[in-house]
Design a protein around this ligand. Sequence first.
Ligand code: NAD
Ligand code: UPG
Length: 456
Amino acid sequence: MNITIIGTGYVGLVTGACLAETGNHVFCIDVAAHKIDLLNHGGVPIYELGLQEMIARNRAAGRIHFSTDLAAGAAHGDILFIAVGTPPDEDGSADLQYVLAAARNIGQHMQGFKVIVNKSTVPVGTAQRVQQTIAVELAARAVEHSFSVVSNPEFLKEGEAIGDFMQPDRIVLGCDNDQNGVRAAEIMRCLYAPFNRDHKRILQMDVRSAELTKYAANAMLATRISFINELANLAECMGADIEEVRRGIGPDPRIGNHFLSAGCGYGGSCFPKDVQALIRTASEYHQPLPLLSAVEAVNDAQKQVLVRKIVARLGEDLSAFRFAVWGLAFKPNTDDMREAPSRILIAALLARGATVVAYDPVAMDEARRVFMLDLQNAPAAHARLSLSEDPMQAVAGADALVVVTEWNEFKNPDFQRLRAQLKKPLIFDGRNVYEPAEMSELGIEYHAIGRVYEGF
Ligand SMILES: NC(=O)c1ccc[n+]([C@@H]2O[C@H](COP(=O)([O-])OP(=O)(O)OC[C@H]3O[C@@H](n4cnc5c(N)ncnc54)[C@H](O)[C@@H]3O)[C@@H](O)[C@H]2O)c1
Ligand SMILES: O=c1ccn([C@@H]2O[C@H](COP(=O)(O)OP(=O)(O)O[C@H]3O[C@H](CO)[C@@H](O)[C@H](O)[C@H]3O)[C@@H](O)[C@H]2O)c(=O)[nH]1
């Protein structure tokens, strides 16, 4: 099929590459000329495992093209995916300006029947707004072309995006019940047939339920994380170990093991903004969501947990201390630092006078950009932050190591060397990467999240 993807970010690029991989002719459009230029020169603007190779293979086969030409994009696709950002607006609601701009562009240029697919995460009712926006543009052109807007939320995780897209748990299709909706549903089922070989993955439903399904999934996952973090903090006070508790509850199939890792809070471009947006949408319906407000509040507090532990151990004034920070991305296997707990931690350490040397395996360029913005009003603090290209160099002479992201390369370092490099054998671990008993044996003072550490 001929497919157009509007927006070449984490979702759009992965969707485009995976649909090209299954034989479609894909045209990827973005307003960011520098991204399109990079893609047309063999680069990829984001770090996602396997993506560069997949794009290169499909470019060489002539199945994927990149352009800023919105008119050509609207003309090319029988199916037009909207995969642009929906960042939080000032009041926490999803900012739909990019989605509606994409809809306007489609309406200004489309010819013949089109399936418009909303892949961005959007509040209930957005498909209707997209439909109305396109209709207004068609009316302005005094043309009649039929189309249908499908809600097809995306559930991929960064760092595992290609696997998630190629082997999805489910493919949610929200389609209208009218003639165009039925036609669109058939086309979408055909497009997704290669990802639905056991015929059980596609879940077709009405559009509004599909839109809410995406928020429900993220809200549920965020709730599990805040729940386990709250219990971790309690376990710590009581001398219980949250990892044991997790082991104890996970085998119950009603609970399960996944998404119950205690840590220094959830970040990323999705959970924080989507929980916030759902709370905001609910308030428009005069239906408060106190549970999700608590999930958000617990997470905001949890992002401070490492700072609290550091201050409790070393005092409020940290100007005499130097900290090595391992991990800047909001999770491993991505360069994404949106809402990353590392940003809160580093800003708080610097604000208390500390010196920080940080390292991340792939997010170093992003870190330079992000901290330039985060610390633009605090030049003196910014001057006390440096980035090191090597994890052991970052640790050299530091008073403590703080682990914020559980990259594989941090899981089993040369502990003797690490201990020798640190000025004090002191680790604050925001992701429970190490075993407290092993740290005791190594003579390292260890502070984790909700774990029992008996000292050395
Ligand atoms: N990142 C994820 O893991 C993930 C997973 C599932 C769903 N989502 C949702 O998917 C959507 C996209 O997220 P993302 O992380 O890919 O965003 P992103 O910020 O990485 O990419 C969005 C892209 O859209 C482009 N864009 C903006 N307006 C445009 C327009 N009018 N025409 C063409 N291009 C335009 C931007 O330049 C940018 O390159 C969001 O709604 C997000 O919530 C994200
Ligand atoms: O047990 C856990 C699991 C995750 N996290 C944190 O939660 C955040 C989000 O992690 P993850 O869900 O793996 O990453 P995302 O790429 O943000 O993916 C989420 O958000 C996407 C965008 O909506 C959805 O498509 C995915 O299904 C959903 O998992 C990260 O900061 C993790 O460190 C924890 O603290 N404990």
